[in-house]
Design a protein around this ligand. Structure first.
Ligand SMILES: Cc1cn([C@H]2C[C@H](O)[C@@H](COP(=O)(O)OP(=O)(O)O[C@H]3O[C@H](C)C(=O)[C@H](O)[C@H]3O)O2)c(=O)[nH]c1=O
Length: 184
């Protein structure tokens, strides 16, 4: 399992060792000891899974304290462009984002600590996205910023036009970044 830093402190890319043979492949998708050695010591209490068609965009979301969540995200099948935005007010990279393609083929994972907005654009039909979180879901604590906020300026361009995007009602009316008051 190789764990590498990103330009945003605390945000880490995890690439598992994949064992391939004539039957297929095997890899450890989660190993608390190896993650702890890299500083990922969250107490994971809940696993989530979502299924999305190409063009579905979920985000940008976070939960407010005391239900802030660290997220260990990956794709079982299909592909997404995964994006995390630093909303830690004291951070030198406040408002900056990191994006990475996660897929059932590349087996990559992203550790998103508390203090980030998170979301993804689905790049293939029948994509299965799964993740561990370090705090329970609390609807009343949900906060978010629009996926296309001009100040965040997230570069989603993946041959998917705005007309092809599939968004929830909730994700159509999230806050602008300039009106957003980060609790982190
Ligand atoms: C997140 C969540 C949702 N739900 C219920 C509530 C809704 O009725 C339904 C769909 O939820 P939502 O539309 O918020 O699902 P996503 O848009 O995939 O939300 C996620 O989107 C991005 C990718 C994130 O990083 C967050 O984990 C999360 O906000 O599932 C639950 O019961 N438990 C949960 O933990």
């Amino acid at each position: 399992m190789q764990i590498t830093e990103t330009p945003i402190a605390g945000l880490l890319v995890i690439e598992p060792k994949v064992w391939k043979d004539n039957r297929g492949y095997f890899y450890e998708s989660y190993n608390a000891r190896i993650l702890a050695e890299a500083g990922i010591t969250g107490n994971f209490v809940q696993d989530n899974q979502s299924f999305s068609q190409k063009g579905a965009l979920r985000g940008m979301h976070a939960q407010n304290m005391p239900f802030e969540q660290g997220k260990l995200v990956r794709v079982l099948k299909g592909a997404v462009l995964d994006v995390a935005v630093d909303i830690r007010k004291a951070s030198a990279t406040y408002g900056q984002h990191f994006s990475i393609e996660l897929s059932g083929e590349n087996h990559k994972q992203l550790w998103v600590p508390p203090g980030f907005l998170h979301g993804f654009l689905t790049l293939e039909d029948e994509t299965i996205f799964t993740y561990k979180v370090t705090n329970y879901y609390d609807k009343a604590s949900e906060i978010g910023v629009m996926w296309n906020d001009p100040d965040l300026n997230i570069n989603w361009n993946r041959e998917i036009s705005e007309q092809e995007l599939i968004l929830s009602e909730k994700d159509l009316i999230l806050s602008s970044f300039k009106d957003f008051k980060s609790p982190f």
